[in-house]
Design a protein around this ligand. Structure first.
Ligand code: ZN
Ligand code: FE
Length: 256
């Protein structure tokens, strides 16, 4: 399976998986980059996977239906363009010989789902929409900090070599915030250097990996002493992981 990040809008990626004949795309907010890639590579569109209802994730779905030869999968608990096959936690999807499991990961939106592929000889693959970003996490539009922290914990429990395919290129901005939270984290500093070089070369910083995220992402590090201390300095009510997480999320919302 080949994995491509198709840039869309200012900073979105539409992930495409293909085997040289069949393709699936995740969160096509715009159809144009998908149409272009299908034409250029001579692929048939076999499935569309949607993680949540926001326009920058579903805006291209209807325009792609004319050439879609399979289902649109999406969160059973959200309203996305009909018709689609609603999927729930634990459901499995077969895509061109691979199997995908659905995880419900509320927080950014109430019914947000992620798709995990764990059954091939290759590294596991995670499409996590706007839940987990490299060095950051999604905003809490419809969920609580407790929900988002639990959702991130479910993702973080996947194998360390899981490739993390997020929907936005927010990594450098997130790393600026991470540096404020955890100035003493040398791995974070080294990662920032690599990301800078990739962006200067016009390359995505994604996919990331869960092992890397656990080392650099402050939202997955809410019990690390330096992270706790920074959150306490920003007004966290206690050193409890949820208070730290909620404070980091609020702080990030106003961080410039
Ligand atoms: Zn979103
Ligand atoms: Fe988004």
């Amino acid at each position: 399976m080949n994995l491509l990040a198709l840039p869309a809008f200012a900073d979105n990626y539409i992930w495409m998986l293909h085997d040289g004949r069949l393709a699936a795309v995740v969160d096509p907010g715009d159809d144009a980059p998908v149409q272009e890639a299908l034409d250029r590579l001579g692929l048939e569109l076999a499935a569309i996977l949607v993680t949540h209802h926001h326009a920058d994730h579903v805006g291209g779905v209807d325009a792609l239906r004319a050439r879609l030869r399979g289902p649109v999968y999406g969160p059973a608990r959200e309203a996305i363009p009909e018709p689609f096959q609603g999927v729930r936690d634990g459901d499995e999807i077969a895509l061109a010989g691979t199997r995908w499991r659905v995880l419900e990961v509320p927080g950014h939106t109430a019914g947000h789902i992620a798709y995990v592929q764990q059954d091939t000889a290759t590294q596991p693959l995670l499409f996590c929409g706007d839940t987990l970003f490299s060095a950051g996490c999604g905003r809490l539009f419809e969920g609580t900090a407790a929900q988002m922290q639990a959702s991130l914990a479910r993702l973080a429990a996947l194998p360390d070599d899981t490739r993390v395919c997020c929907t936005h290129e927010y990594t450098l901005a997130n790393l600026r915030f991470a540096a404020a939270v955890e100035p003493g984290n040398a791995e974070r500093a080294a990662y920032e250097q690599r990301c800078r070089a990739w962006r200067e070369a016009g390359r995505p910083t994604l996919p990331s990996s869960l092992g890397l995220e656990k080392a650099v992402n402050p939202f997955l590090r809410c019990t690390v002493p330096e992270v706790v201390a920074s959150a306490r300095a920003q007004g966290a009510a206690s050193a409890a992981a949820l208070d730290v997480f909620a404070t980091l999320r609020e702080w990030k919302n106003r961080f410039r």
